[in-house]
Design a protein around this ligand. Structure first.
Ligand SMILES: *Cc1c(COP(=O)(O)O)cnc(C)c1O
Length: 359
């Protein structure tokens, strides 16, 4: 039976990448051992990390004045590392609270004793929309302004980004990076845990405008300073070599698909077919408000929790896995990242129809 994986993260990776990694896993390009047994300072790995960076620069159009860093600690460490490095004495840090992940980033500001200004709070609509982005008044005197571009748990996503003037915009793009074109120059810093769309767990991607890294106060430990990793090209200590190797294969694959324009088109089509079906079903109900719905994480409910349980089991028995909603919000969630093909979404719609017919 053909299986389709709708997990939220770690999540589906392109099948051709998994097979290529398998084919060269035990004997990397004839060297007689695996790439994961290679020194991170030897030529074969040098080629891998340089190609991964070059691919990302090509795909996202990352300008020269930005560094591309391959770090560890997940997006969760970035919640603390960003304010540690980008704080400015006497200036507040702005944030838009669009749900769990933004919330966690804001909490780190409190722990560090940094003053904050929360510009948007989605709590009163249960985080089911990102309202009024174009009208947000971003204080021009902030150290930086933080957002979470795609809210994996609530299924909301910024269709465009807030205007922040000279205030550096910082984005957690863990669950929508490489899903569409973005203008990197709009951002001071972008970070992403790799395990949603661009690799296995263990790798954290950071794209940072190099001048911002210079702000870092003197009392921040070596490993937590961006300048350390910029200066050493992500090789200050041993980086997650296996995850970087897979990231290289994935970015090769994205380029083969036609780059981010083609990927974006495919993602638009997948999301449209699924939301259209849900909206017209008279049975399933999408939880996010239409204007700021996520194209990566489609959250939906059935009339009763019992039916949700039965649906998830029915889907699983038909080869569709990972459809349970996050434990915080319940319901169902189909994560349709880059690696989930249109056929997978169409199969899901078929199974949803069949379940509804028998409900
Ligand atoms: C999954 C996720 C995180 C947490 O990432 P870790 O790498 O596990 O720390 C943070 N932000 C967003 C938007 C996510 O989807």
């Amino acid at each position: 039976m053909q299986v389709y994986n709708f997990n939220a993260g770690p999540a589906a990776l392109p099948r051709p990448v998994i097979l290529k990694a398998q084919s060269e896993f035990a004997d990397y390009k004839g060297c007689g051992y695996s790439i994961i047994e290679e020194s991170h300072r030897a030529a074969p790995f040098d080629e891998v990390i340089n190609a991964a960076e070059a691919n990302l620069r090509t795909l996202l159009g990352i300008p020269e004045e930005y560094a591309v860093l391959f770090l560890q600690g997940g997006a969760s460490l970035q919640f603390a590392m960003v304010p540690m490095n980008l704080q400015v004495p006497g200036k507040k840090i702005g944030y838009a609270d669009t749900g769990v992940w933004a919330h966690k980033a804001i909490k780190e500001l409190d722990i560090l004793g940094l003053d904050k200004e929360v510009v948007f709070d989605g709590a009163d609509t249960n985080y089911n929309e990102i309202r009024g982005i174009a009208d947000w008044k971003v204080n021009p005197d902030l150290a930086y302004f933080g957002i979470c571009s795609n809210n994996t748990i609530y299924g909301t996503e910024y269709p465009f980004f807030p205007e922040t003037g000279d205030v550096p915009l910082v984005a957690d793009m863990s669950s929508d990076i490489l899903s569409k074109r973005i203008d990197v120059k709009k951002f001071g810093l972008i970070f992403a845990g790799a395990q949603k769309n661009i690799g296995p767990a263990g790798l954290t991607l950071v794209i940072i405008r190099k001048d911002l890294a210079e702000r870092c106060p003197k009392n921040i430990p070596t490993m937590l300073r961006y300048t350390t990793h910029i200066d050493s090209k992500s090789l200050f200590n041993t980086p997650p070599t296996f995850s970087i190797y897979i990231n290289r294969l994935i970015t090769d694959w994205v380029i083969e698909q036609g780059g981010l324009e083609a990927i974006e088109q495919a993602n638009d089509q997948k999301a449209k077919e699924l939301y259209d079906f849900i909206d017209n079903s008279g049975f399933y109900r999408a939880t996010a408000a239409p204007a700021t719905r996520s194209k990566m994480n489609v959250c939906f409910r059935l009339p009763t929790e019992e039916q949700e349980k039965a649906f998830i089991a029915f889907a699983k028995s038909n080869g569709l896995v990972g459809l349970k909603g996050h434990r915080k919000v319940g319901g169902c969630r189909a994560s349709i990242y880059n690696a989930v093909p249109l056929e997978g979404v169409r199969r899901l719609v078929e199974i949803m129809k069949e379940f509804q017919k028998n409900a």
